[in-house]
Design a protein around this ligand. Structure first.
Ligand SMILES: Cc1ncc(COP(=O)(O)O)c(C=O)c1O
Length: 425
């Protein structure tokens, strides 16, 4: 330990000495790996919304990505009971045995994933599970295939590891053939495919046949999959979630990442789990140990209660989401947005009407500054998102009604139709 400290302080001294020669202030710079890593643009939208709210404006907020309902009471009660029982000490860093057992049962029963008792590792939500999965598999210079549009943070997490995201436009690949599109994008440096279905931001769900095709490609080319199934339970019509790891020979090459955030309205609890095949288990356990040394013990007891919750909660939640989705789809269509009803997740990803132009950042700014409707510019989700904006329909029904009314006013405003400069507050 003291050796380490000496080495660190020598490095700092070297750094300081070299900087003082140039006359700069004497602080070590942040690690170089951050040079290619961006910071969430969604946060910038949120900051602008907060500015408007602080200035006393009403804002119709569709920029978020959280369940609208509170965490179910039995989950909160389980946390309180765990605290009352004194469950406040270190737990095994991969998770308490009771929760890991429940995860195995759920994965085998509901997802059809042939998990064994040691497969699950409890993590601090989906983001942490994904970060740990990429940390487990990526070396600098590796390439990662991913369909676009994609969930924004992934390109930055890949870049953080010195690897390169290689985007495969999803709509074109689905039209013209997934195997051919993936084969075109694959190089000898490709290590894995990041898979996300249901998709944030489009709400699309890949079909079983498509997933089978992608899995065959991955198997035949010797790749790994990181499968992000954050929205597995938020599918409103048709076929349910199909896990890549459920296909023959796929569990061995897949890290499946699940979160309790969306299913159980637990975004703030930071609880999720990954299922890891044996060959990558030790590195994954190591990264979880050294990053968090386990999820908070009372939270894990609450997570166990969530997995035991009856289906009635989910049926009701889905009904509420479906109603909101349909109301917002109808309202957006009336406002000139071009949109098909998505089958899953929490988002609508319409093409913006012609009077707002084709630049999604300008369109989102115009929506916010003139109609006080907050959305996320589509470009944030990759080049294939340009010309779109993302609305969350996981908001109150009053917000949907108010936002749709505000859009009508915008549509009627000659200023925006003629694309004159948009007034800013
Ligand atoms: C596709 C996708 N994956 C993973 C996550 C991470 O969820 P959390 O870290 O809140 O569990 C999100 C959150 O928005 C998401 O949209």
């Amino acid at each position: 330990m003291s050796g380490l400290r000496t080495r660190d302080s020598r490095a700092a001294q070297r750094n300081a000495a070299s900087q003082s020669k140039t006359g700069l202030e004497e602080f070590p710079p942040a690690a170089r790996r951050f040079e290619s890593v961006g910071f969430s643009e969604i946060v910038k939208v949120r900051n602008r919304v907060l500015e408007l709210l602080a200035a006393g404006h009403e804002v119709w907020r569709f920029e978020g990505g959280e369940p609208y309902m509170p965490t179910p009471q039995p989950i909160k009660d389980a946390m309180a009971a765990a605290l009352a029982r004194g469950e406040t000490r270190y737990a095994p860093s991969s998770g308490i045995p009771e929760l890991r057992k429940a995860i195995v049962q759920k994965a085998r029963g509901k997802n059809g994933i042939p998990a064994d008792d040691d497969s699950p590792i409890v993590v601090n939500g989906g983001m942490h599970g994904l970060f740990s999965a990429f940390a487990t598999l990526l070396d600098p210079g590796d390439e990662v295939l991913m369909f676009s549009p994609y969930w924004t943070p992934i390109v930055d997490v890949v870049a953080y590891h010195g690897a390169l995201p290689v985007l495969v436009p999803a709509a074109r690949a689905r039209r013209e053939g997934l195997t051919a599109a993936l084969a075109r994008a694959k190089t000898p440096r490709t290590k894995l495919l990041y898979w996300n279905s249901p998709v944030n931001p489009t709400g699309d769900v890949f079909s079983r046949r498509e997933i089978e095709e992608v899995c065959a490609f991955v198997r035949e080319t010797g790749l790994a999959i990181i499968s992000d199934e954050a929205y597995e339970d938020l599918i409103y019509e048709g076929e349910g979630d199909v896990s890549p790891a459920s296909f023959p020979g796929m569990f061995e090459r897949t890290i499946s990442v699940f979160t309790l955030s969306k299913t159980y309205s637990m975004t703030g609890w930071r609880a999720g789990y990954v299922l890891v095949p044996k060959r990558w288990r030790l590195p994954m356990q190591t990264i979880v140990l050294y990053s968090i040394n386990g999820v908070s013990t009372p939270t894990q007891w609450a997570a166990l209660e969530a997995l035991r919750l009856s289906d009635a909660f989910l049926r009701e939640a889905r009904e509420g989401y479906r109603r909101r989705r349909d109301a917002l789809v109808a309202g957006l269509r009336a406002g000139g947005f071009e949109i098909e009803t998505p089958r899953a997740a929490l988002y609508l990803f319409p093409r913006v009407p012609a009077y707002l132009g084709t630049d999604s950042r300008a369109a989102a700014r115009a929506l916010l500054d003139t109609a006080r409707v907050a959305t996320v510019p589509g470009l944030v989700f990759g080049p294939e998102g340009e010309g779109h904006v993302r609305f969350s329909f996981s908001v109150s029904e009053d917000t949907i009604a108010g936002g749709v009314e505000a859009l009508k006013m915008l549509d009627a405003m000659p200023v925006s139709r003629e694309r004159r400069p948009i007034p800013r507050v």
